[in-house]
Design a binder for this molecule. Structure first.
Ligand code: ARG
Ligand code: ZN
Length: 856
């Protein structure tokens, strides 16, 4: 039974736990349908909490076999048991520390929600963040209760893993001890027929660490890259943050059924197999890059998340924002910093700005939630990382390093808050951060409007900030916005190198003296703050910055803005793309001094969804079909304009020898792919068809197939591809996603419907479901088909998935979060689909919350 009215939890209601835990011992007797979990938990009254409180333990979907307090069985009437937990009254508890013991039975085989202990392809695995441990046994399942765990697993499975260091093991059992106190959400257990790819790492203080990546037999050859990324991450965290690993072993397990990307369980990370397994013939450059970034992310959590965790789930950004920021730094160091920054901003705008400017907008640190799993969002993660980037810019690299050292010193072993985090920066640098703190509490993307004037050698920038109202927050206060600015002379020389203006008031002016001519400003260099920059400017100025800006981000941004201007005019006035844009891009295409990866990004057109948001921001109701057509036309115009450059570029970017995933080679392939996509508009896909036949790696094979589909060909190749990769789930996911995401607008719903009838559409597997249904969402013109057919198809499937997997269903309702951008007909259709979901009997708490918020 689902509760009728889901209860919200409020940050302001936080109270410390009544009891702390000194030690946890668990015994698992594994059985697919009837696993027994025996727990022995050493409790002690919390000196910082009111005395004489009952013991409240969380527990869901547990069958209680028996429990005892201080060795005495708890009898009926001694406790209250509900479907969310177990409460033992204070009268039944000793005033001193005491031991609580319980035996429960759980059914991993029936666990389709993939939270707690579940089965994936016959293997046992767990996912406990955020509140999955309560589906394993009765426990105070909150992150501010931390304890060392001892685990004994009894099972005939070949491999038995848990957190910490291995202990005794033998026929049918294995024991693990994790000496580091941890909250229950970091617990993990894995058991199954697994093999390991092994390696080792010696920490800088000389301690050897055994590394293992555990996969299903047959996949052990696909772990080299993940292992290499892990070792580089371990070294980087020592070199850059001074953080060493703290156990004898570090294990990673690849799991096929997983709701998210990966999980940082102490010493035993569990990963969606998509972010571990790679070989040149099955993984794309993007897969390799994601693996590197996610391996790093989860490893970095060992300090930012595990050694220092969150006091409560409102503080989620404390670990996630910081860890994303760290993994972004790492990837920038491993690859190209400017290219990484551009990619991160593209993501931020595509996911976080979209969220922040719609009905789901919420602060980086929310103040209430119904289901915490609904707050693992782009705002908490990506905007959370941007906030840290701004802090670093404001206090400088040295200030940041000092603050981080203090953070690790002061809070190691703590469950901390955002206030603790900001206090560390204040104490280390002396800077008052009270106003800066608004970045954590105010939702919405600030809009910074810029005007300028020039008089007697003095150039003045006038900045004005405004943050729009968001749900529950009608009025906003000014925020601290670091605006990195540089000035260029009309001849292209930089006359003012990058300097950071601190915008703290609603309106402020900044002057630059001693200039001989009115400069061209380069504003928000490096995307120094997550804001929308609003400035009237000319095509010539944008082309000038694309040619001359010394800041690579703004150089790219200038080209991007040009493309958006051109596309917007094509959509609204049916204007043809002018020579200024085409010539500027030709210069980029021909400029061999530029990094190929950068050139690829600069030549790529904005996505249809990005254009829809851009038009909406400018007060125009976006028509997804018109945007699609305009983008296709612009692609053709660009291809024609570049027709003499493309074949040479395509040849030059081909790399002889065997495939290597390194960033330089990947950059060349990215540029080659961009050229191929344009060439297909001129040669009807001939070059792409040849590339498909000749490809010896997945990047080029899949790239060619995508291009063929986007010019209306590729049906035969789809068949070839399927037959070749039929047995490789991760590759077949790509095959599905490509078809729903690239179907022609009028055919998207039918194509997707047909895919859902394919025998390989295993809809209970989250990766497969996301490939097909999520793929349709990335097909903007197809998803927004005026008939509403795609909306209905998505609603049907979300309704079907919800009882099986509420978390993935709830997350995918965000496909509808942009309804308020569109025309009245589409709005009515989208709202209708949402209302149909909302009206479903027994709808999960997760999906109920999301649909309610989206409808507003
Ligand atoms: N902490 C994980 C990460 O960012 C995410 C796990 C989220 N899982 C969930 N069910 N909400 O790496
Ligand atoms: Zn994380």
């Amino acid at each position: 039974m689902k509760d009728a009215t889901p209860q919200a939890v409020y940050l302001s209601d936080y109270t410390p736990p009544a009891y702390l835990v000194d030690k946890v011992s668990l015994v698992f007797r594994l059985d697919p349908a009837a696993t027994r979990v025996l727990s022995r938990i050493e409790f002690r009254p919390n000196p910082d909490a009111a005395p004489g409180q009952p013991l409240v333990l969380d527990g869901e979907k547990l069958k209680l076999i028996g429990a005892a307090v201080a060795g005495e069985a708890v009898k009926d009437g001694d406790h209250t048991q509900t479907d969310t937990g177990l409460t033992i009254p204070a009268s039944r508890l000793p005033a001193e520390p005491f031991v609580f013991e319980a035996e429960v039975e759980i059914d991993p085989s029936a666990n389709t929600a993939l939270e707690g202990l579940y089965m994936s392809n016959g293997m046992y695995c767990t996912q406990c963040e955020a509140e999955g441990f309560r589906r394993i046994t009765y426990y105070p399942d909150r992150p501010d209760v931390m304890a060392p765990f001892h685990v004994r697993i009894e099972s005939d499975e070949k491999v038995l893993l848990s957190n910490g260091n291995p202990g005794a093991s033998g026929d049918g059992f294995a024991e693990w001890t994790d000496p580091w106190p941890k909250p229950a959400y970091l617990f993990a257990l894995v058991a199954g027929d697994l093999v390991a790819a092994k390696d080792s790492f010696t920490t800088r203080s000389g301690t050897p660490v055994e590394l293992g990546i555990w996969v299903r037999p047959g996949d052990e050859g696909k772990c080299d890259y993940a292992l290499d990324a892990l070792k580089r991450s371990m070294k980087w965290d020592e070199d850059v943050y001074g953080r060493e690993y703290d156990l004898d072993v570090f294990n990673i397990v690849a799991v096929d059924d997983f709701n998210m990307g990966a999980m940082e369980n102490k010493g035993l990370n569990v990963f969606n197999s998509k972010y571990v397994l790679a070989s040149p013939s099955t993984a794309t450059d993007m897969d390799y890059e994601n693996i590197e970034g996610i391996i790093a992310h989860e490893y970095f959590h060992n300090w930012t998340g595990n050694r220092i965790t969150c006091r409560d789930w409102f503080q989620l950004c404390l670990k996630e924002g910081l860890t994303v920021f760290r993994d972004q730094q790492f990837s920038g160091d491993m690859r190209s910093k400017p290219v990484k920054r551009i990619q991160d901003v593209l993501q931020l705008r595509a996911r976080q700005f979209r969220e922040d400017n719609g009905p789901l907008a919420h602060p980086v640190r929310p103040s209430s939630y119904i289901e915490i799993n609904n707050f693992y969002t782009a705002t908490v993660y990506e905007k959370g990382a941007e906030v840290i980037g701004m802090l670093k810019r404001l206090v400088g690299d040295d200030g940041y390093a000092k603050a981080l050292d203090l953070y690790f010193d002061r809070h190691d072993g703590d469950a901390a808050t955002i206030e603790d985090w900001l206090a560390v920066f204040q104490d280390a640098t002396g800077r008052d951060l009270s106003q800066f703190g608004r970045w954590y509490t105010q939702a919405g993307t600030p809009r910074v409007t810029v005007t300028d004037d020039f008089k007697d050698g003095t150039y003045t920038l006038h900045l004005k900030q405004e943050t729009p109202a968001t749900p529950g927050q009608p009025d906003k206060q000014p925020q601290v916005i670091p605006v990195a600015v540089g000035l260029l002379n009309p001849n292209g020389d930089e006359v003012q190198p990058t300097t950071v203006l601190e915008l703290t008031e609603e309106q402020q002016s900044f002057t630059f003296d001693g200039l001989s001519a009115k400069p061209v400003p380069s504003i928000l260099r490096g995307f120094s703050a997550p804001v929308i920059l609003d400035r009237k400017t000319t095509t010539e100025e944008r082309a000038f910055l694309l040619a001359h800006d010394t800041d690579p981000f703004n150089k790219w941004e200038a080209g991007r803005a040009l493309a958006k201007d051109v596309l917007a005019r094509m959509v609204t006035d049916r204007a043809a793309p002018g020579p200024a844009y085409l010539d500027a891009l030709e210069r980029v295409a021909r400029d061999e001094t530029l990094d190929p990866a950068f050139r690829a990004l600069a030549l790529r057109l904005p996505s249809e969804d990005d254009m829809a948001q851009t038009l909406f921001d400018a007060g125009v109701t976006p028509d997804p079909l018109a945007i699609h057509d305009a983008r296709e036309k612009l692609m053709l115009a660009l291809a024609e304009h570049l027709s003499s450059v493309l074949p040479g570029l395509y040849e030059d970017m081909s790399i002889p020898g065997p495939y290597s995933p390194d960033s330089k080679a990947a950059g060349c392939r990215a540029l080659r792919q961009t050229a191929l996509a344009m060439m297909a508009r001129l040669d009807d896909g001939k070059t792409a068809a040849k590339q498909f036949r000749d490809a010896d790696n997945m990047t080029e094979q899949l790239g060619a197939l995508g291009v063929l589909l986007s010019v209306g060909h590729g049906q035969e190749e789809l068949g070839t591809f399927y037959r070749q990769w039929q047995l490789d789930r991760l590759v077949i996911d790509k095959w599905f996603a490509l078809q729903s995401s690239l179907a022609a607008p009028g055919k998207a719903a039918d194509t997707t419907l047909a895919l859902t009838r394919h025998p390989d559409f295993d809809w209970k597997n989250p990766n497969r479901f996301r490939s097909v249904i999520g793929g349709l969402a990335t097909n903007a013109a197809g998803f927004h088909d005026p008939s509403g057919a795609s909306y209905e198809l998505v609603a049907d499937w979300l309704i079907r998935l919800d009882p099986m997997n509420p978390q993935t269903t709830a997350r995918m309702t965000t496909m509808f979060e942009t309804w308020n951008r569109y025309d009245a007909d589409r709005q009515a259709l989208m709202r209708g689909a949402l209302q149909r979901i909302a009206a479903t009997r027994g709808l999960s708490r997760d999906t109920t919350e999301m649909v309610g918020r989206i409808l507003g």
